[in-house]
Write a protein that binds this ligand. Structure first.
Ligand code: ARG
Length: 230
């Protein structure tokens, strides 16, 4: 439809980093997942904006892509952290997570706490809070950085590394699909937000309004039931 008295709708571009099931998934050529469907629902409910399309990046390229103007919003299960808030802004939180430690299913290495990872080869995706846990909470670990958690899980299955640290809902999804299992969970109390530029306060309010609407009208719960078993 055409513009209203208050002006045309503004088309925005979203960025994500697939390979993080069930939040962002590539099924053949199709990009899907909880974040993808949730952001699309939010923008439909957000006053003044439409979605022009999606672009894909490695996770640690998303913030530069946003600040450089290649994309307008990040939907990538991105944890709201003080460090990231130095550079970008976030919407209200839309999901909560802790970090889980994945090991080979039925393997000999069965750690029960973070300290048990000392001296081991531990993988995470570059630029994530999982990497931060490995680097900051452990002193004598052999950190293996990956562009995608899919590659880290493959290396774990193949015995090239001993454990992978990643967001609990994603760890549980890999455990259901691949030859890996959750050894234990380390509580970090993270909250995900959609990332926007610091000067984008109109977009921020519109997305927050859209998020509140989909939470009130049942769309959010429907998507949660669709993408998460529990
Ligand atoms: N929540 C974690 C973080 O913010 C991991 C996010 C990884 N997301 C992705 N789409 N690969 O660092």
């Amino acid at each position: 439809d055409g513009g209203t008295a208050s002006g045309e709708e503004q088309a925005i571009v979203a960025g994500t980093a697939p390979g993080f099931p069930p939040f962002e998934i590539k099924e053949g050529e199709e990009l899907t997942g909880f974040d993808v469907e949730l952001l699309e629902a939010i923008i439909s409910a957000a006053p003044g904006y439409t979605l022009e399309g999606w672009q894909e990046f490695e996770f640690d390229s998303l913030i530069p892509a946003l600040t450089g103007g290649n994309i307008d919003v990040i939907a990538a299960a991105m944890t709201i952290t003080e460090e990231r808030q130095q550079t970008i802004a976030f919407t209200d939180p839309y999901y909560e997570a802790d970090q889980s430690i994945l090991v080979r299913a039925g393997g000999d290495f069965q750690p029960g706490q973070l300290g048990d990872l000392e001296g081991q080869a531990v993988g995470a995706q570059n630029g994530t809070t999982g990497e931060q846990v490995v680097r900051e909470e452990l002193s004598d670990v052999n950190y293996n950085g990956y562009g995608s958690y899919v590659l880290a899980v493959t290396d774990l299955e193949n015995g090239n590394i001993d454990a992978v640290v990643l967001d609990k809902p994603v760890a549980e999804t890999f455990a259901a699909q691949r030859d890996v299992e959750v050894a234990f969970t380390y509580e970090t109390g993270e909250e995900y937000g959609f990332g926007i530029r610091q000067d984008a306060s109109d977009l921020q309010s519109a997305l927050n309004q859209g998020l509140a609407t989909v939470q009130e009208d049942g769309t959010y719960e429907e998507l949660r039931n669709e993408w998460f078993s529990e």
